[in-house]
Design a protein around this ligand. Structure first.
Ligand SMILES: [Zn+2]
Length: 400
């Protein structure tokens, strides 16, 4: 972890440029006459340069959110000249999300979160294990072992893939009971807020009790006075998705306030003077994009950006905190078009104009996703990079 008194050795600008150029050249596949070129390994990028006092990381995942989701939400919430909270962050970058999977070019949430949590590409479905099944060290566990507070807040099941990759190792993301059991170990998260109560059977709840965790089922019952929070607010995801035809726009029904949960989580983890790592996730962007439900997706984006606003206020008050807002992959292959008389029309706020949402896929796609960031280390997130690079930057803030 970094503290005010920790001196940091940084390469000068010239060395960074040389290292960047060197890694770019090394990454080029060799041309050899006739032989099938082996796919290049991902060249390690130079160590990120962290400026200023760095202590905490807040990672906000709009699951399934890429550029079109952000722009559609901006138009719908803020209009042509407005900004989402996530757009206010001063540094922008672009990450690629491809997994390393013999059967897939497009990532799932497990491989994408493993890249963030461990810095390594892996197969779809794998939670912080490599392509050979070896356990990797997830950033959340590493941060906890180093003395920091750690936590997760999600509208998905607390044992769903994205948060799970930071705090557990399983070969298959469906092993949610095993993920839950690993959360209860000493280096598990001290804040666990979301859905997924159905995963926690009597045996797991007894183990949780032994580990000092008693879940509440109503956010109003959370006690932010201690150093732990455990809330399971739904059997599955914390939002309801209306049953209906694809694209019918009935979508997302929130049962918890993600922004309020984020505030409570920050109250608790920020008390640790060694620093903290917190992941905040809005899963509804992904779910409603799979459903090609524009109205539902836009509602989930409102929930997400309200949580980002809470995080942004925190980093404004606490400049030793790196805030990253991104998505783990695109979902839905969304485009924004001029209205064409279709059903998926939405007004542009503060104007008499409208836009239409057009989806090209019911699945994830390989479109790169924007990253916005603020705080120490955020400068390193300008540019274009693989998703594994987020791990390098977050780890440099928390551990190095
Ligand atoms: Zn995802």
């Amino acid at each position: 972890m970094a503290t005010a008194t920790t001196g940091r050795r940084r390469p000068g600008p010239g060395r960074v440029a040389a290292a960047l150029l060197g890694s770019a050249l090394l990454a080029l596949p060799a041309c050899s006459g006739g032989d099938e070129p082996a796919p290049p390994d991902f060249a390690p990028r130079p160590a990120p340069v962290i400026g200023g006092e760095a202590r905490n990381v807040i990672l906000v995942n709009g699951d399934g959110m890429s550029a079109a989701h952000r722009e559609a939400a901006r138009l719908e919430q803020q209009g042509f000249d407005g900004e989402l909270a996530m757009d206010v962050l001063p540094v922008s970058g672009l990450q690629t999300t491809a997994p390393r999977d013999p059967d897939a070019t497009v990532t799932d949430s497990a491989a994408a979160a493993t890249a963030w949590a461990t810095g390594q590409k892996t197969r779809n479905g794998s939670i912080s294990v490599d392509v050979d099944g070896e356990w990797l060290t997830p950033l959340g566990r590493e941060a906890k072992a180093a003395g920091l507070a750690t936590g997760l807040v999600t509208t998905a099941e607390v044992t769903d893939a994205s948060p799970a990759a930071f705090f557990s190792n399983v070969a298959d993301r469906d092993q949610e009971a095993e993920i839950a059991a690993q959360y209860l170990q000493d280096d598990g998260p001290s804040v666990i807020l979301g859905g997924g109560a159905d995963v926690w059977d009597a045996d797991l709840l007894a183990q949780a009790e032994d580990a000092g965790f008693s879940p509440v089922t109503d956010p109003a019952d959370l006690d932010a006075g201690g150093d732990r929070l455990f809330g399971l607010f739904a059997g599955g995801k914390t939002y309801q998705v209306s049953e209906g035809e694809e694209g019918d726009g009935v979508g997302y029904g929130a049962t918890v306030d993600l922004a309020a949960l984020t505030t409570t989580a920050l109250d608790v983890v920020s008390r640790d003077e060694d620093g903290f790592f917190l992941i905040v996730e809005e899963e509804g962007v992904d779910t409603l994009s799979h459903d090609n439900d524009g109205a539902g997706m836009l509602a989930a984006m409102r929930s997400l950006d309200a949580a980002v606003r809470v995080a942004l206020e925190y980093v404004t008050e606490n400049p030793d905190t790196l805030l990253i807002v991104t998505g783990d992959h695109d979902a839905g292959g969304l485009t924004i078009e001029d209205p064409d008389g279709g059903e998926n029309e939405f007004p542009v706020a503060g104007s008499d104009r409208a836009f239409e949402l057009d989806w090209s896929s019911p699945d994830h796609t390989g479109t790169p996703v924007p990253v916005t960031a603020a705080g120490p280390g955020s400068d390193a997130l300008a540019g274009s990079y693989p998703n594994t690079y987020l791990h390098q930057v977050m780890r440099a803030v928390l551990i190095d």
